[in-house]
Ligand binder design. Sequence first.
Ligand SMILES: CNc1nc2c(CCNCc3ccccc3)c3nc(N)[nH]c(=O)c3cc2[nH]1
Length: 386
Amino acid sequence: SEKTTEQAATTKPFSFKLLKTEGMARRGEITTPHGKVRTPAFMPVGTQATVKAMYPQQVRDLGADVVLGNTYHLMLRPTAERIAKLGGLHKFMGWDHTILTDSGGFQVMSLSGLRKMTEEGVTFSSHHDGSKHFMSPERSVEIQGLLGSDIQMQLDECIALPAERSEVERAMQLSLRWAERSRNQFESMGGPQKGQGLYGIVQGGDVPDLRIESAQRLGELPMEGYSVGGLAVGEPQAVMLKMLEITTPAMPNDKPRYLMGVGTPEDILESVARGIDQFDCVMPTRAGRHGLAYTRFGKVNLKNARHSEDPRPLDEESQCEAASKYSRAYLHHLVRVNEGLGAMLLTWNNLAYYQYLMQGIRDAIDEGRFEEFRQQTKEDWARGDL
Ligand SMILES: CNc1nc2c(CCNCc3ccccc3)c3nc(N)[nH]c(=O)c3cc2[nH]1
């Protein structure tokens, strides 16, 4: 019978090597069935099997080792079964490197219509056509397996902050029970034997003792990695950073740590300094589509009329042509008349800048100068756009 989800060539086990540390900052390397992931890593978001406005090869050429797919979106359209029948997500989207998928819980709570959350799972209606769907910890792992995801997430319940302690505790305990069910499903599908990884997700809101309890109990489950969830949900940056200082020390030291949904360049720099290895955020791609450029010297809003006759490129020293070859005046024009090339060039520039920042962070940790790099980078951003 025809091959469904392509079995990756190697059956080398999933592994994480901790190469160097400086304070809480860590330099590492993850090995998955589709290659290596250099950490700290920024993982571009590819919600509907594409990093919006980018070709896969372009994303790769910028230095990305992993892109994100999304269970919620892909289970609705085109469905996981169809992608499996076509050989899996890697083949479907033409990305032959690591893919990480989120479990869909976060998107159900933030995107779908009418929904009902029980111990068993979550029932929801599609934000496309209102059709009814059900997602359990087992079904989410099954979908991620059908997609052929190299790094899979447990189904969890992420709640918005601020929230009552009782509500935070309920969601954290549920997520812990779902972690165990996700692990059982993952092992019954032979995930470890395929070299794939399943990450548990630490919850606990902004409540220190609940964060520690979640991290410690999750660490007792044999997961290949651990995510910090429940943050970047509206809390001030200071609260997010404080929760990291409490949570990462309570997480296993020899496994990757993924801070979900983060973040701006500054969030990333400060979170690396607090022990995080993996990041994802829609910021660089979404901001690019809205005319916002990230550069070495801070942000540039190309919608602003002050750029209308500025002949300078965004950054003439950049390796990325979107930053070095086009004038700000031209980018301003494209954004103002809403030409597709505007979104393409700014998305390209922003992803290039994020990967440039990650490479700078990795080199700085390798060379034992991360603290100096962190200070210098923040000064450069503060210089503003010269
Ligand atoms: C923006 N702030 C934020 N994002 C969070 C996410 C989603 C991370 N992004 C995944 C994604 C994958 C593909 C396409 C688009 C997005 C979370 N996911 C889970 N499962 N649990 C969380 O606690 C959780 C908390 C978050 N906070």
